[in-house]
Design a protein around this ligand. Structure first.
Ligand SMILES: *Cc1c(COP(=O)(O)O)cnc(C)c1O
Length: 409
């Protein structure tokens, strides 16, 4: 063997990704301000200039989460690491955890509970329906020894929002802590960590925060910090051990791992943009754009999976119309319009599309592009359509639903 034997066999050049429009389940479009923040000079991760930026980042995250929790910071890793971090710190083998499953991410929570030696008591709801608080209450009553209740606030596989406030109250009333997945809700749907009594929460950078993937904002209540500090056995993960991370993200700044500096600049910028816009404005914007997309999709006869009362504005799960080649539509949108939409997962594979309107992707240009592209592709596939009807319906929706007056200048 020589060095030459290890040469790549394919032709390799600099990688230039195409400019896509991202209307799937995440990642969402990234604003140029966020991308250029990433291109700024790399600093040492213990540099005082960098650690001052970390303090701002924590404050901005507390605003986004609506919490005073000191332990609020971004974990170096995608949303899945944030999820694992909650479970690995809070579970000791044998602990009973009530887990709600109404889509893909609830199943992953069960997987986490079991891998960390916990016993999962599963509360099932149908895909496309929110978690039923009555079933959760029954499970809490039947399992007085349960330690934790875990559920997904915004289920990205189906586009449904569950009532986090009620579920967290139920957990506390029955002596349980709670773990809440807000990967898709943070920034897009109302979320109030302190007011709702959320104990452990994780999110992701690439959904409604519109930052590149790879970071997971988390926050922990004092109740969780106490629990983890008083564990008899060590947390079964060195990297995710909250006690050790407290040293780096807390005030002592002891080396734990090398923080992904430039990725954190990007998160700082995207959170700063959310702060400039205002949380309530962002929530209202997501709602208004969802209504416009819905008005357009309905002109094609398309139906939503989720009842209007529980729908996520940032994740529109819609049935594929009869007689339409699901995969071919997505291929044409991507190849001809540079537009990405999401496919269905699990039982919904091949049956639904998921149109994401997350963060910076939630804007009129994307909706107009998407509706017009769909109109062309559908009519090529033989659907009888009135030219321009979808875009027109979206414009009517915007006119009928102005931004709430408290936001107009
Ligand atoms: C995307 C998503 C995750 C996983 O996040 P990754 O960054 O892909 O690891 C977890 N939960 C929900 C609800 C999600 O939408």
């Amino acid at each position: 063997m020589t060095i030459e034997d290890f040469r790549p066999t394919q032709k390799i050049t600099t990688f230039y990704p195409p400019q896509r429009v991202l209307m799937g389940p995440g990642p969402s479009d990234t604003h140029s301000r966020v991308l250029s923040a990433m291109a700024r000079p790399t600093l040492g991760h213990l540099d005082p200039v960098f650690t001052a930026m970390m303090e701002e980042l924590k404050s901005l995250l507390r605003y986004a989460f609506q919490t005073k929790n000191l332990m609020t910071f971004p974990v170096s890793g995608p949303g899945s690491v944030g999820m694992e971090m909650c479970f690995v710190n809070m579970i000791v083998p044998g602990d009973k955890v009530i887990v709600c499953r109404n889509g893909v991410f609830g199943s992953r929570m069960i997987e986490n509970v079991e891998r960390h030696g916990g016993v999962a008591v599963v509360v099932d709801d149908k895909w496309g329906e929110p978690v039923d608080p009555q079933k959760v209450e029954d499970a809490l009553k039947q399992n007085p020894d349960a330690k934790i209740l875990a559920f997904v606030h915004a289920e990205t596989s189906t586009g449904v929002l569950s009532d986090a406030k009620t579920l967290c109250e139920l957990a506390h009333r029955h002596g349980c802590l709670n773990i809440v997945d807000t990967v898709t809700s943070l920034g897009g749907s109302p979320l109030k960590v302190d007011e709702w009594g959320i104990d452990a929460i994780y999110s992701g950078s690439q959904k409604c925060l519109s930052c590149p993937p790879g970071l997971s904002p988390v926050s922990f209540s004092e109740r969780v910090i106490e629990l983890v500090k008083n564990r008899k056995e060590k947390v079964h993960s060195w990297f995710m051990d909250l006690n050790l991370l407290l040293g780096y993200w807390g005030t002592t700044r002891t080396y734990h791992h090398t923080a992904p500096t430039n990725a954190l600049y990007a998160l700082h910028e995207s959170l700063f943009m959310l702060y400039e816009e205002g949380l309530e404005h962002s929530w209202a914007r997501h709602d208004r754009n969802y209504k416009a997309l819905k008005a357009g999709l309905e002109t094609f006869g398309m139906k939503y999976v989720v009842d209007e009362r529980y729908r996520l504005p940032q994740l529109n799960a819609v049935y594929v119309p009869e007689g339409v080649d699901e995969k071919e539509v997505r291929r044409r949108l991507l190849d001809e319009y540079n537009l990405e939409i999401g496919a269905g997962l699990g039982d919904f594979a091949g049956k639904i599309w998921r149109f994401g309107l997350m963060g910076y992707s939630s804007k009129i240009e994307n909706i107009v592009l998407c509706l017009n592209a769909l109109e062309t592709v559908f009519s090529d596939m033989g659907m009888k359509l009135e030219h321009g009807a979808a875009e027109s319906a979206a414009h009517h929706s915007y006119a009928a639903n102005p931004m709430p007056s408290k936001f107009s200048e």
